[in-house]
Design a protein around this ligand. Structure first.
Ligand code: NDP
Ligand code: 8X3
Length: 253
C-alpha cells in the first residue's frame, strides 16, 4: 500500500523539493498552495515521472474555513496521511519593530502560526484515527535565535518551535511522531517574497557563499521520516557551512 504525504506550500522551494523527493520514493501526494497553475504542472510531472498519484488542493492556509472544507472534502483514501509536512510559510519585510508594516505582521502570523495550526487540527485527527503518522514542522534558525529586524518573523518561528514541542506531548498517547527542521539560509523564493519582488535585494542574500538548497532540506526530512517506527527525531538545526548562526557569516567580499 503506497504511503501518502501531505505537503503544504509545494508550489516552490522546500515544499516543491519535498514533493519531488517523496514522489521519487513512491509516495502518493497531496500538494497544496495558492498557485493552482504551479500545482497542476508539478502534479502532471510527478505522475508522469514517478507513476504516483497526486491530489492538488488550492488553499490559502490563512483561511480557516477554506482549509477545513478543502481538507475535509478530500476522498477518504486521501485522508490516510502518513506524513504531514507543515511547510507553507513566509517572511514579509525586514524592518525595525517601530517601522514595521502591521499588514505584514498579520500575514506572517496568520500564515506561519495560524495556518499551520488549522492544517494540523484536521490532519492530526486523521492520524489519531489510524494510530499512525508523522508531522514535520518547518521552523527556522529564526525560531531558535532573534536577529536584527527579524522581530515578527522570528516570533512566528519561535511559535512553531513551541508548537512542535507541544504537539509531541499532546500526540504522544496516539503514537504520532512529531519533528521540526530548522534551516539557516536556503535559496528559494523566500527572499523574493520577503522583499516583495525586489529580486536584486533578494539575490544579495545568497551572494558570497553557498546557501542550502530545497533539496538539502528535503533529503534531511526524508531521513527523519524514514527512520524506524520507534525513532523520533525531535529537532534538526541545519545550516550552510558559511553561516554559524543568525549573525556570523563567512562570506566572500
Ligand atoms: P518559498 O517562498 O519558495 O515557498 C513558500 C511556499 O509557501 C510556497 O509554496 C507558497 O505557495 C506557500 N505559501 C505561502 N503563503 C501561503 C499561504 N497563505 N497559503 C498557502 N501556501 C502559502 O519559500 P521556502 O521554500 O524557503 O519556505 C518554506 C518554509 O521554509 C517556510 O515556512 C519558511 O519560513 C521556511 N524556511 C525557509 C528558509 C529559507 O532560508 N528559505 C529557512 C528556514 C525556514 P503559494 O505562494 O503558491 O501559496
Ligand atoms: C529563513 C532564514 O535567517 O532569513 O527562516 O530567517 S532567515
Amino acid at each position: 500500500m503506497p504511503k501518502i504525504a501531505l505537503i503544504t506550500g509545494a508550489t516552490s522551494g522546500i515544499g516543491e523539493a519535498c514533493a519531488r523527493l517523496f514522489a521519487s520514493y513512491q509516495y502518493n501526494l497531496v500538494i497544496t498552495g495558492r498557485r493552482t497553475d504551479r500545482l497542476q504542472r508539478l502534479a502532471s510531472e510527478l505522475v508522469r515521472e514517478n507513476g504516483v498519484k497526486v491530489q492538488i488542493l488550492t488553499m490559502d492556509v490563512r483561511e480557516k474555513a477554506e482549509v477545513q472544507s478543502q481538507l475535509n472534502g478530500l476522498d477518504e483514501q486521501w485522508k490516510a496521511v502518513d506524513v504531514l509536512i507543515n511547510n507553507a510559510g513566509l517572511s514579509q519585510g525586514l524592518d525595525p519593530i517601530q517601522d514595521g508594516n502591521t499588514d505584514d505582521w498579520d500575514t506572517m502570523i496568520d500564515t506561519n502560526i495560524k495556518g499551520l495550526l488549522y492544517v494540523t487540527r484536521v490532519v492530526s485527527n486523521w492520524m489519531i484515527a489510524r494510530k499512525d503518522g508523522h508531522i514535520v514542522n518547518l521552523g527556522s534558525i529564526a525560531g531558535k535565535e532573534v536577529y536584527q529586524n527579524g522581530n515578527v518573523y522570528c516570533a512566528t518561528k519561535h511559535a512553531v518551535d513551541a508548537l512542535n514541542k507541544a504537539m509531541r506531548i499532546d500526540l504522544l498517547p496516539h503514537g504520532i511522531r512529531v519533528s521540526a527542521i530548522h534551516p539557516g539560509a536556503v535559496e528559494t523564493e523566500f527572499s523574493d517574497v520577503r522583499f516583495k519582488g525586489d529580486t536584486d535585494r533578494a539575490k544579495k542574500v545568497y551572494e558570497g557563499y553557498t546557501p542550502l538548497t530545497g533539496q538539502d532540506i528535503a533529503e534531511t526530512i526524508w531521513f527523519m521520516v524514514s527512520r524506524p517506527k520507534h525513532v523520533n527525531i525531535n529537532d534538526v538545526l541545519i545550516m550552510p557551512v558559511a553561516q554559524a548562526n543568525s549573525v556570523y557569516w563567512n562570506k566572500e567580499k
